[in-house]
Design a protein around this ligand. Sequence first.
Ligand SMILES: CC(C)(COP(=O)(O)OP(=O)(O)OC[C@H]1O[C@@H](n2cnc3c(N)ncnc32)[C@H](O)[C@@H]1O)[C@@H](O)C(=O)NCCC(=O)NCCS
Ligand SMILES: Nc1ncnc2c1ncn2[C@@H]1O[C@H](COP(=O)(O)OP(=O)(O)OP(=O)(O)O)[C@@H](O)[C@H]1O
Length: 203
Amino acid sequence: MKKVIGLTGGIASGKSTVVDFLVSRGFQVIDADKVVRELQKPDGKLYQAILTEFGAEFFDENRQLNREKLGRLIFADRVQREKLSALQDKIIREELYYKRDELLSVLTEHSIIFMDIPLLIEYNYTGFDEIWLVIVPESVQLKRLMARNHLSEKEARSRISTQMSMTEKQKFADRVFDNSGTIEQLQSQVQQALEDLCPTDHS
Ligand SMILES: CC(C)(COP(=O)(O)OP(=O)(O)OC[C@H]1O[C@@H](n2cnc3c(N)ncnc32)[C@H](O)[C@@H]1O)[C@@H](O)C(=O)NCCC(=O)NCCS
Ligand SMILES: Nc1ncnc2c1ncn2[C@@H]1O[C@H](COP(=O)(O)OP(=O)(O)OP(=O)(O)O)[C@@H](O)[C@H]1O
């Protein structure tokens, strides 16, 4: 049987770090953030809608979306966040399911694919054999988010507060990975989960 695993977690929890490990192990991963970025390019399905609703000041001279500027706006303002979500959600969802079906159609029986979807739980994505969740204590999340995105503590806290808490997310997860330690410690938890999922492979 082919399996689809949904991977999720809060902002800067370590999903991409898990994805890097899965890819290094030869797994196919659909990365929602990357798919969204493709859709927001000038020839993508979201470009025109964002331009019309938010205006040219959110794009640079090469017609690339100024992600930092739009991010600053939407994470600080619930109304704008909902406006962006209403604009993008259906198209993102269709594209992710399309990519999943396309991938599944070319893979052999007993294949496993992963879908890294940050808002998987908040936005009610379905159709997974298992949901894997990466968690970190909020203090660690805050530190990593501030460092990665060059945000003030206030900005980082505000981004975290737009998402469901990790405690709440755990109720939906089949597997939980604690990323409060080193990357190697995270990888060994993922390795264990892979061995449980497909005992003969990837050991
Ligand atoms: C606002 C945008 C342009 C900012 O881009 P930027 O490159 O700075 O961030 P990136 O796309 O890498 O997202 C980083 C993280 O922010 C969080 N995040 C993104 N959008 C949202 C949102 N609407 N609500 C809560 N958290 C969000 C997620 O944890 C995501 O992994 C971009 O995040 C966006 O278009 N977001 C809306 C699309 C969306 O819902 N993305 C999540 C895929 S399910
Ligand atoms: N165990 C760890 N120790 C130290 N730094 C880490 C660890 N895991 C991840 N990081 C760093 O924390 C930041 C967030 O990790 P990562 O990008 O994997 O999270 P993410 O969940 O994919 O984030 P987002 O969804 O917001 O893009 C990155 O800068 C990453 O290098």
